[in-house]
Design a protein around this ligand. Structure first.
Ligand code: FAD
Ligand code: SF4
Ligand code: SF4
Length: 477
């Protein structure tokens, strides 16, 4: 680190010793995008992007002091989501403790064109970018495209500069992506940009914008995705391998293929790749795959277990899935929306009034209900995980949730411990299965863990007996 100023050197070393060494790096890439940063973003052995400091720092350029700790979404010392959002929206939005600030909240879909058909959910994620572009509010949209180059990562952040490219970026990519290259592009190419990202990525962009006037000026809109957790590259490999496509042979994947007649959450997964020397395309409903359940947390980054933002609270507008009983039966998919920016609010309202959007106004509480499991995991569950880290006297990122074990009874403490274990073991078991060329080895290692987890979640015997008695005496309930 010879070219760094003393304060930058100290910050970089703290970032590496805490966030990265502690396993809290989400691989967003913002630290690597700081001017002359010696950091690069590399895939680790488990298919997770991580900030990496090359062994030799001799090529580092001399530079001004840059604050690595102030821009990392997991570092001690960076502003939290409430602080960032209060600055951005506090004067005009109402605060809700589960979804953050909001102007309006909706559920619905895009009725115009094929946005909904091409999207993962109701198509609002792509529509809002297209609408910003059509109304000449942006010149570029930064979001994730499929990458057709063999041997490369399957998905990458790209800059779209026309409507076709914006539409090409539709669909959810449950796959590692990073921002360093596109941030560099934004610095070099003047214009007005909108960017899409999961909550921690949007937080990182907001933090960067505080110290980088060019980024602050050029990124005009941040569109957030509701986020359960991020997956390593192995999530895609896991689906493909079960379709006869070995790791390294997968060419593309659609994680959210709509299957008519099924509930929206029973979508399909489609993989394209080489199997026995032939290119094959296989589509199956998600529940026919081993490891598809998000609650089991296979291939989850550890950082995601130390995250308290489900609804992208620092974004100008957030889009997610309306996992609510009144919407989930529609296989075409329905969004939840949290709108925080007045211009986006007026665009959404115009879209609704003109019939291009089919939206119901729902309450913030209903938006929170649509993400019930994710919120419980990152409130009571997070409080317990923080407690465990503090008890072990290990560094962990500062959070808006206070550490506590009191919010969970012993049974649910066990459930959360097993959930962490499932995620941790999945990374190692899959790496070993690849080394041995045997998917069943992975399955055999995970199955007993899933069994133990499922058993721990079963209600106590007295709860089951009580339920049966209530059913007998109150049959209509
Ligand atoms: C890792 C991850 C976890 C998620 N977890 C949840 C969840 O728990 N609950 C929930 O309701 N919704 C979740 N979502 C959001 C959901 O999958 C849909 O993306 C969202 O409902 C928008 O659908 P749409 O049809 O409106 O958007 P689309 O029209 O399909 O557009 C999606 C937009 O998001 C961009 N995009 C896709 N993947 C990424 C990515 N990894 N990083 C940045 N931009 C991306 C696309 O390029 C496109 O611009 C998650 C998304 C991701 C990427
Ligand atoms: S800024 Fe992003 S990539 Fe860098 S250490 Fe923090 S989480 Fe990792
Ligand atoms: S769960 Fe949190 S840390 Fe993980 S990707 Fe989503 S927003 Fe980032």
């Amino acid at each position: 680190m010879t070219g760094l100023t003393p304060s930058s050197r100290q910050e970089l070393s703290t970032l590496m010793n805490t966030v990265v060494e502690g396993g809290y790096c989400i691989g967003c890439g913002v630290c690597a995008a700081l001017p002359h940063s010696p950091l690069t973003i590399q895939l680790d052995d488990y298919g997770c992007y991580q900030a990496t400091l090359p062994p030799s720092q001799e090529e580092c350029q001399p530079q001004q002091a840059v604050s690595y700790l102030s821009i990392c979404p997991f570092a001690e010392g960076s502003a939290n989501e409430d602080e960032i959002a209060r600055d951005a929206f506090g004067d005009r939005c109402t605060y809700h403790d589960q979804i953050g600030y909001y102007l309006e909240t909706y559920a619905g879909y895009v009725a115009e064109g094929d946005f909904r058909g091409q999207g993962s959910s109701g198509g609002m994620g792509t529509w809002i970018l297209a609408e910003l572009f059509r109304q000449n509010q942006i010149d570029y949209a930064v979001h994730v495209h499929q990458q057709p180059e063999p041997g490369k990562q399957l998905f990458k952040f790209q800059v779209s500069s026309n409507l076709d490219e914006i539409r090409y970026g539709a669909k959810s990519r449950y796959y590692p992506v990073e921002l360093s290259e596109v941030i560099q592009h934004i610095r070099e190419q003047p214009g007005r940009y909108a960017i899409v990202g999961v909550p921690c990525f949007i937080k990182a962009i907001r933090l960067l914008a505080k110290v980088d006037t060019v980024i602050c000026d050029r990124i005009r809109f941040c569109i957030g995705l509701v986020c359960g957790h991020l997956k390593s590259t192995r999530f895609a490999d896991m689906f493909a391998w079960q379709c006869g496509i070995s790791p390294g042979q997968l060419q593309s994947i659609n994680f959210r293929k709509k299957l008519p007649g099924r509930n929206a959450n029973r979508y399909g997964v489609e993989v394209v790749g080489m199997s026995n020397g032939q290119q094959v395309t296989v589509t199956k409903p998600n529940n026919e795959f081993f490891g598809f359940l998000w609650g089991h947390g296979f291939f989850k980054y550890q950082a995601c277990d130390f995250c308290d933002d489900v609804l992208a609270e620092t974004a100008d507008m957030t889009v997610g899935d309306a996992w609510l009983p009144q919407y989930v039966e529609d296989s075409q998919g329905t969004n939840v929306l949290v709108v925080r920016h007045p211009l986006l609010q007026s665009m959404v309202q115009q879209g609704k009034d003109s019939g291009r959007l089919k939206l119901d106004m729902i309450s913030p509480q209903q938006v929170a209900q649509s993400q019930d499991a994710g919120l419980r995991h990152r409130r009571e569950g997070l409080a317990y995980r923080l407690h465990l880290k503090d008890q072990a006297q290990e560094w962990r990122p500062p959070k808006r949730v206070n550490p506590s074990k009191a919010l969970l009874n012993p049974k649910f403490r066990k459930v959360h411990q097993l959930r962490m274990e499932l995620a941790r073991v999945s990374h190692h078991a899959f790496a070993q299965a690849i080394a041995d060329g045997d998917f069943n080895q992975f399955k055999n290692r995970m199955e007993p863990k899933i069994k133990e987890y499922n058993a721990a979640r079963q209600p106590y015997i007295w709860q089951r007996v009580l339920k049966k008695i209530l059913k007998l005496i109150l049959p209509g309930r």
